[in-house]
Design a protein around this ligand. Structure first.
Ligand code: SAM
Length: 301
């Protein structure tokens, strides 16, 4: 009975020709998820529970085959897009239009404001990054240093839209991890972007991605955010990279920068509540204590 159900599910995906058309990215993400969790996982369970029957193994091979074919469509798509990015063809408004063509961002955008969570937009933007092996942490983090977790792509797009960066801006991502924020912000806005990251392996990875994509105005600096040089920074993004005393020390550094020029801070996650209490900053929108929402602050003269 279960095997018939799995067979029918698999056939439905095999027969759906639209899934193999490059443009139907959203449907393909869903089909691949379905294949993983409702077809392959169930088959794996059955294979462990029952003796591998003559039916189960061929069905598993068929499902893996379909999965490979769907993944190949995405691999070709992203290979082409990365080549376009390297050649400088796929940037700014044209990249945004392309993202909007491939990824439907209707209701999930609004709901996602309330919580951290990833969606098809993240799957798509991940595909724009070169296929380099993910680095492992090489250093022990201090207790107040937050582990790597990437900012959801919808927040990065919102940051680009809200910040309206110009070519005179230099945006810093404090605790830049694998480099998605500086890379995507540069691709979408053209502004110079820099990441400051304490973990050397993350920094090497992020710089290698920027080099591969031919992005000369994106750079990653391996440093502790408490001691980095921010003298050219105009906009700072923090997705809660650290807490407690480290956050206070970094904010004191930014406050010192704000004595010589006006700066803006964009924050995401729990650090927003602490930053909202800084007397030298003004919250651009009223803080409504929704921590998983992009917040903007500007320094007071
Ligand atoms: C929550 S992740 C944010 C990653 C990145 N901003 C993004 O959105 O994709 C926090 C990052 O901050 C880094 N980090 C923690 N403490 C740091 C410090 N004192 N100086 C620089 N980076 C730090 C961590 O290694 C981690 O990669």
């Amino acid at each position: 009975m279960v095997i018939r159900e799995i067979q029918a599910d698999l056939e439905a995906i095999e027969r759906n020709a639209a899934l193999y058309e490059e443009i139907n990215f959203d449907s393909r993400v869903e089909a691949l998820d379905f294949l993983d969790f409702h077809v392959l996982d169930r088959l794996e369970g059955l294979l462990q529970a029952l003796n591998p029957s003559t039916e189960l193994l061929p069905l598993q091979r068929r499902a893996e085959d379909v999965k490979r074919q769907l993944e190949a469509v995405d691999a070709a798509l992203f290979q082409r897009l990365r080549a376009d990015i390297r050649a400088g063809r796929c940037r700014g408004a044209s990249l945004l239009a392309l993202i909007n063509t491939y990824v439907g961002r209707g209701a999930s955008g609004e709901q996602a404001q309330q919580e951290i969570g990833y969606d098809n937009l993240d799957v798509f933007t991940n595909g724009l990054f070169p296929n380099l092996a993910f680095p492992l942490e090489t250093q022990e983090r201090e207790p107040e240093m937050v582990f790597y977790q990437k900012t959801p792509a919808r927040i990065i797009l919102e940051l680009v839209e809200q910040a309206q960066l110009t070519s005179a801006d230099v945006l810093y991502d404090l605790g830049s991890g694998l480099g998605h924020v500086p890379t995507l912000v540069n691709l979408l806005s053209g502004a110079t972007t820099k990441g400051v990251e304490v973990e050397p392996a993350y920094c090497v990875y992020a710089n290698a991605c920027a080099t591969d994509l031919n992005l000369s105005r994106v750079m990653f600096i391996q440093a502790d955010a408490r001691t980095a040089n921010y003298s050219d920074g105009t906009v700072f993004f923090l997705y809660t990279p650290f807490q407690g005393r480290i956050l206070q020390e970094v904010l004191a550094r930014l406050q010192a920068e704000a004595r010589s020029r006006s700066i803006r801070l964009f924050t995401y996650g729990p650090c927003t509540l602490h930053i909202a209490q800084q007397h030298w900053l003004k919250c651009v929108d009223s803080v409504d204590h929704t921590i998983y929402k992009l917040a903007e602050f500007s320094s007071l003269p």
